[in-house]
Design a binder for this molecule. Sequence first.
Ligand code: HMG
Ligand code: MG
Length: 325
Amino acid sequence: MSTEAPGALPMVVPTQGLPPRVRIHEVGARDGLQNEKATVPTDIKAEFIRRLADAGLTTIEATSFVHPKWVPQLADAEQLFPLLDDLAKTRGVHLPVLVPNARGLDRALALGARRVAVFASATESFAKANLNRTVDEALAMFEPVVARAKEAENAHDQVHVRGYLSMCFGDPWEGAVPIAQVVRVCGALLDMGCDELSLGDTIGVATPGHVLELLAALNEQGVPTHRVGVHFHDTYGQALANTLAALQHGVTTVDASAGGLGGCPYAKSATGNLATEDLVWMLHGLGIETGVDLGRLTATSAWMADQLGRPSPSRTVRALSHKEQ
Ligand code: HMG
Ligand code: MG
């Protein structure tokens, strides 16, 4: 059933105290597709990323150079990454990739990756489940990775490193996660040289007050807000509210996944990320620039939903979609 006309836009009502522009870090091709039961063919992944770039996204996390047995859905990283060469070289699209260790970094650098992300955990249970390490052993594994990425003398030649931190707001095995525990690991990631942090609500349990408390605690420890991005999964429908709280605090980097794809294969109860379309609808309604064409983005997620054979979980994709989903 047809609902809104395609390309429909929210009414713009700017609000005081919010940033004029937000950088969307698109994670659908990595966080989304790593969690699909079926492995999406490499050429469809490349087409997905190309369409996301055509919709105006400029930071698109492409894949992971992890152990293929751990995440078989992304085992084609070596085949996929070269198909995107022109996006990075001629269109200036950033294509970050996940690298857990030196082996992952070698694989990524061999293909010319210029942005990588290590991914730590605030809790011991998830560190074990996701990386087969304790929290500190995982940090020790990342240290030489970040050091090598930063080795070039000229800052322009250095590889940009993002430090993800999972389970910042709750853990399915351990429950509540003390803020001090989160702040400690954030500090360790920055101390080893990460350029930015992404605070992961891996299982989507955060609420806005909790987000503000963590951001304030990071500021108190000397972590400036401009080095922090937020990464909300939407399990309890809180992702947009949490994002708005983060924007009010001054955060300008927000992770989201086209169509709301996503989850984590190693975290019980993780569902999809905040949908990029839902985020863009809110940001544009607030008069915040993103550079994204919502109509093209929605068409891309509707196309991807067809490829996956199931409807998109994004409310905005459904509302703006032509056909019944
Ligand atoms: P391990 O089994 O402890 O590995 O796994 P190891 O270091 O003992 O090595 C065992 C074998 O794996 C060796 O091969 C290595 O060469 C090989 P062998 O000598 O036995 O033949 N190996 C690799 N092969 C290819 N690429 C590599 C690699 N590393 C080792 N990079 C490891 C440790 C870290 C590798 C494993 O635990 C792993 O790959 N984990 C990745 C899990 C993952 O990708 N999870 C999802 C991403 S995180 C996420 O989604 C959360 C996030 O979205 C934020 C949020 O929502 O909170 C980011
Ligand atoms: Mg995630």
